[in-house]
Design a protein around this ligand. Sequence first.
Ligand code: HEC
Length: 111
Amino acid sequence: MGLKTKVIQTVLIFFAGISLVQADISGESLYMQNCMVCHADDGSGAMPGISDLVSNRSWSELPDELLLERITNGIKSQSSPAPMPPKGGNLNLSDNDLLRIIIYMKNEFQK
Ligand code: HEC
């Protein structure tokens, strides 16, 4: 392979990398689009029956993998009057999207 081809290839890979990063939607915007309607922008809960994820942070001690599983399958605890639908209702969310949301929530929802 000639040097010129190699340089062009490197430049192409570089820009492909940048566009991939830009296509990566942040955990914050994914949360706002898919979860905020029930959990409020600060996690405190947008309506009665939605657990306050700020004052009760026991969920945040669960490992990411377990939270991912719970969010994917939907959540219904004994004490809660309302269940959470699988993936909050958006089945198009990938594991990767959900993990990004989980990291966002763990970092942001603190008193
Ligand atoms: C339709 C309303 C609704 C939407 C949308 C929703 N949730 Fe929930 N979520 C709930 C309810 C209700 C609970 C409490 C369920 C229970 O304890 O039975 C809950 C609980 C949780 C918990 C606590 C988990 C635990 O193990 O106690 C987490 C974390 C969570 N939701 C994350 C999310 C994420 C991430 C999204 C967006 C992808 C989302 N939720 C979207 C209603 C919703």
